[in-house]
Design a protein around this ligand. Structure first.
Ligand SMILES: NC(=O)c1ccc[n+]([C@@H]2O[C@H](COP(=O)([O-])OP(=O)(O)OC[C@H]3O[C@@H](n4cnc5c(N)ncnc54)[C@H](OP(=O)(O)O)[C@@H]3O)[C@@H](O)[C@H]2O)c1
Length: 274
């Protein structure tokens, strides 16, 4: 398995996303992902599935210390007291004494970043989170965060239709992991003609081509979500072929500043196509 090595940690570059997986589907899905070899699970307090993720990890034969587990503090729980209670609740639901990565889910300009990240850093010092990071931060906000605390990861939307060069370069320069969320553009990559051509040449699917393109990039991890075993298996089966430089250039060329996740509370994005 390709890893992203930052801050002394070795993180499996291919993870399993769990947004919109709920109840038994989530429990069975995470257990199945672990059976298939996934060792990096991405959840969040707001997903409402931490209890099921925790049950799946407990039921699995894979040891807790062999799994990279990420959860996120919702942006509306940004005061120091809220960060602490949110994380304690997450750990209880996840049935674990620590998460490997605790992310602040979205920026919140109503609470000083110093307060939020300061509280997260205290949790890190107490061992409740091995590492801390942020999600949906712009380059400006990320630079501010780096001044405040040892953020080790940034999670943002990233797929062939949305380039993230500036943020990835910042991560590379700061010993940070960049995690691509919605790496399949929520299914939109499936029908792209350029990707289909490349996929046909390698005897793979467009989804497999995109995931390989992502995890081949230094510092980049990806957390595709899949509801079925067939999709989970396919998404993990991406290491038996290699993309050529021409393939990579063609995929890079698909960027068109297309942002799929853009709620009303999102920050003002900077230079989306850079
Ligand atoms: N930090 C944040 O704010 C944030 C925001 C969004 C997402 N995320 C994280 O990123 C994860 C992934 O993002 P996402 O769920 O938005 O979208 P995604 O992973 O880009 O796409 C998921 C879609 O692709 C389909 N799919 C997956 N594997 C496939 C395959 N092999 N063949 C065909 N279709 C396939 C899935 O269908 P099936 O479900 O039917 O398999 C689903 O419709 C989330 O689960 C979450 O953990 C984080």
């Amino acid at each position: 398995m390709k890893t992203v090595d930052v801050g002394g940690a070795r993180i499996p570059a291919l993870g399993f996303g769990t947004w919109q997986l709920e109840g038994d589907d989530c429990r069975a899905g995470v257990e199945n992902a672990l059976d298939l070899g996934y060792r990096h699970i991405d959840t969040a307090q707001i997903y409402g599935n931490e209890a099921e993720v925790g049950e799946a990890i407990q039921a699995s034969e894979v040891a807790r210390e062999d799994i990279w587990l990420t959860t996120k503090v919702w942006y509306e729980r940004a005061t120091a007291a809220q960060v602490k209670s949110s994380t304690e609740e997450s750990l209880r639901k996840l049935r674990t004494g620590y998460v490997d990565l605790l992310l602040f889910h979205w920026p919140n300009d109503r609470v000083e970043l110093k307060e939020t990240l300061g509280a997260m850093n205290e949790l890190r010092e107490q061992g409740l989170a091995k590492h801390i990071g942020v999600s949906n931060f712009t380059p400006t906000l990320l630079k501010q965060a780096l001044e405040i605390a040892p953020v080790r990861a940034l999670q943002c939307e990233y797929h062939p239709f949305l380039a993230q060069k500036e943020l990835i370069a910042l991560c590379a320069a700061s010993d940070m992991m960049f995690t691509a969320y919605s790496p399949l553009a929520r299914g939109e990559v499936l029908e792209d003609p350029t990707l289909r051509l490349i996929a046909e040449r390698h005897g793979k699917s467009t989804v497999q081509v995109v995931l390989r393109w992502l995890v081949d990039q230094p510092h980049v991890a990806a957390v595709p979500k899949a509801s079925s075993e067939a999709h989970r298996r396919a998404n993990f089966d991406i290491f038996d072929f290699s993309l050529t430089d021409a393939d990579v250039a063609a995929i890079d060329g698909l960027a068109r500043g297309q942002r799929i996740i853009d709620p009303g509370f999102a920050p003002k994005w900077e230079n989306a196509s850079a």
